[in-house]
Design a protein around this ligand. Structure first.
Ligand code: BGC
Length: 696
């Protein structure tokens, strides 16, 4: 650290620095690069396999250059908490946090992870995962925020901002990485409009709005070029069109394919070890196949971020932040806010503990530490509060809790369930059902629960009509076989290490559910586009084509009625949303139009509602989605209270990717409500444009 500061001070003295930004910064980097040999530069362009942190845990190391005081990168995964270090906080998975619809919570979660990583010397968090959940069978659906582009952008941007208060963030996997079983080889083809409108906007937002310092390329190829050497994605779009001034690193091990392809097309850093870089890259430069300016550009990008983020400074955060009370409270808050109440009949929930004597808590998952995938996002929390533990602690000694910790019920279990005042079945999916490809469970086989777990729910519900299901899993689960048998259904995803407390908070009414689905729950696979994750025979490269439609866009287009629509979620109270008005009825491309509605809590409990704004495109010249989410806001209201909620929509967000002027001058109908299928309010916005405008 001191050496780098000295070098900087000296350079500043020589070139007359006044600030660490802009031109001065670039001059300093010039000076540093000038002092490096080619070998020293190339060494900084690949990981060296790993380093040992003080606690004896590993993280990924990328050498800096000690001679010039340039610090190394030290990277750890972080989609649900900083990985590999015992005691770091395990938050609910990404999809659960997506279900909060609260970017502000996500910013705090990002900051907590950044703080924890920084506390033990890490400086790059390998998160957020912002791949579109194209199909709920995707094994890593849980890591991402959901199926919608706008929603993904809002959550991802705030996570990045939070992380980067302390360390560098690394949005991944760029791009179109939505299959596990063939992830290393699959070629994803799509037209330019689909790429620009569905698979890239959230990366663009993470870079341009979030200021992400780095981006990880995906394993798969897009339109015939692997993402780690995809000129269109890396050079043209990310670095040139978006003006990204950070660095691109490859996904691990199988993420690079050729020295020249990677170096010439914009990959700055190969991880976790040199396989196509290192000596091969050095030789390529010496042969004249790779200009040294390419190497300089890559090193410049990395040194730039090291300087901008003061990575040479020792951390002033000590390790007491790992799993601190504050972070655990945040994990609990996120789990509460991300749980989605999908059904609640006959006032089943909340349960008043003083009104019951016996509660049966049923299912193998009830006392399981079920925090998510065993792949790269796996964490090592100091403890996990299971659903059973949370329930027992919440009800105390006054209520008898009968724990039936299995999925196949015996006659005596049925008798126990019959005798209970209320039955809570905790079930769903685990890391055995879904996860990362190759190193964990991979893609899901289907969307339903196992026959055994369906029967568990049915048997419990047959024995006792006050049956409530707490459902765990990483994305949509079909419920048609058993939904009508149960009184209430609470989707809690993988709710993190404080999940059991969060579940109890919601079941007993200490908190009011306010989560909304960030992914459509279909009635079955036949409502969704195909999911092709089988490798073809022989050595052929697997191929899939992504068309424009998936998720609610796909169901809307086919007039299919989902089990639970995107954006849906119940509360213990009720709301009305009235009086939609717009700041203007006509707009041009550069305007930001402000829409307002009045939200009233019409029930008797304090609660939060997510107002959602969708845009439709009647009479559009090109095929568009029936409706698209373009804004949302969550508001907390006491009983009887009314609040005006404003949602700002930049008109440019309504464009489609095409230079045809037909996109403009159309009337856009704006719909507002509380889920993608409950949009009672409408107004028309007329967009005028003299010129054809495209999205970017
Ligand atoms: C995953 C990345 C992860 C990396 C390092 C890869 O297999 O795809 O998301 O960051 O491993 O653990």
């Amino acid at each position: 650290m001191k050496l780098l500061s000295l070098v900087i001070a000296l350079s500043c003295f020589l070139v007359g620095c006044t600030s660490s930004e802009g031109e001065d910064l670039e001059k300093r980097i010039d000076e540093l690069i000038e002092q490096m040999t080619l070998e020293e530069k190339v060494i900084q362009m690949a990981g060296d396999g790993g380093i040992f942190f003080p606690e004896g845990e590993t993280a990924w190391n990328v050498p800096g250059l000690e001679r010039l005081g340039i610090p190394p990168f030290r990277m750890a995964d972080g989609p649900r908490g900083v990985t590999t270090i015992r005691g770091a906080t395990t938050f609910p998975v990404g999809v659960a946090r997506g279900a909060t619809w609260e970017p502000e919570v996500e910013r705090r979660v990002g900051a907590a992870m950044g703080r924890e990583l920084r506390s033990f010397g890490g400086n790059v968090l390998l998160a957020p995962t912002i791949n579109i959940l194209r199909h709920p069978r995707w094994g890593r659906a849980q890591e991402s925020y959901g199926e919608d582009v706008h929603h993904m952008s809002r959550m991802g941007v705030d996570f990045v901002r939070g992380v980067q208060e302390y360390v560098l963030a690394n949005p991944k996997h760029y791009a179109a990485n939505s299959i596990e079983n063939t992830r290393f080889e699959v070629d994803v083809t799509m037209n330019e409009r689909t790429l620009r409108e569905i698979y890239l906007p959230h990366f663009r937002a993470a870079v341009l709005e979030g200021g992400a310092a780095s981006v990880m390329s995906a394993y798969n190829s897009v339109n015939g070029q692997f993402c780690g050497e995809n000129e269109h994605l890396l050079k043209q779009i990310l670095k040139t069109e978006w003006g990204f001034d950070g660095f691109v690193l490859s996904d691990w091990i199988f993420g690079t394919h050729s020295t020249l392809g990677s170096a010439l097309n914009g990959l700055d850093l190969e991880m976790p070890i040199a396989s196509v870089y290192g000596n091969q890259l050095l030789a390529a430069v010496n042969r004249g196949d790779v200009p040294e300016s390419v190497i300089d550009d890559a090193v410049r990008r990395m040194v730039r971020k090291k300087l901008q983020y003061n990575l040479d400074q020792p951390s002033d955060i000590d390790e007491s932040v790992l799993g601190s009370d504050e972070h655990l409270a945040l994990a609990r808050e996120a789990a509460v806010k991300g749980s989605v109440l999908l059904k609640n009949e006959s006032g089943a929930l909340p349960v008043d503990p003083s009104g019951v004597a016996r509660i049966a808590v049923v299912g193998l998952l009830a006392d399981m530490e079920n925090t998510g995938d065993n792949g790269s996002s796996d964490t090592n929390p100091a403890f996990v509060v299971t659903a059973l533990q949370g329930i027992e602690e919440a009800v105390g000694d006054a209520v008898t809790v009968d724990h039936i910790g299995k999925d196949i019920l015996a006659a005596e279990d049925i008798a126990t369930i019959e005798a209970a005042d209320v039955v809570i079945v905790v079930t769903g999916l685990t890391a055995e059902d879904e996860g990362e490809g190759l190193i964990a469970a991979g893609d899901r086989a289907d969307l339903s629960l196992s026959d055994e777990r369906v029967k568990l729910i049915q048997d419990a519900a047959d024995a006792n009509e006050r049956t409530i299901v707490v459902l765990e899993g990483g994305s949509a689960i079909t419920t048609g076989d058993w939904l009508s048998n149960v009184e209430a259904l609470l989707m809690v995803w993988y709710p993190g290490q404080m999940g059991g407390h969060a579940i109890a908070d919601l079941l007993f009414g200490d908190a009011n559910p306010s989560g909304k689905l960030p992914v459509t729950f279909p009635t079955g696979l036949d409502q969704l586009p195909p999911f092709e994750n089988e490798p073809p025979p022989g050595n052929e490269q697997p191929k899939v084509t992504y068309d424009y439609f998936h998720g609610y866009r796909y169901l809307d287009r086919n007039d299919s009625t989902p089990e639970f629509p995107f954006g849906f979620g119940l509360s213990y109270t009720t709301f009305s949303v009235d009086n939609l008005r717009a700041s203007q009825a006509e707009a041009t491309a550069d305007d930001i139009v402000r829409f307002s509605v009045d939200v009233t809590n019409t029930g008797s409990t304090t609660g939060a509602e997510v107002v959602q704004l969708y845009v439709t495109y009647p009479g559009s010249a090109v095929e568009r989605s029936d409706r698209e989410l373009k804004g949302f806001a969550k508001v907390v209201l006491e009983p009887g209270a009314t609040q005006t909620v404003e949602i700002a929509v930049p008109v440019n967000d309504l464009a489609y990717y095409d230079v045809a002027e037909a996109a403009w001058g159309l009337e856009h109908e704006i719909l507002v409500g509380t889920s993608s299928r409950d949009l009672p309010l409408a107004t028309v916005l007329t967009v005028r444009a003299e010129r054809p405008v495209s999205m970017y």
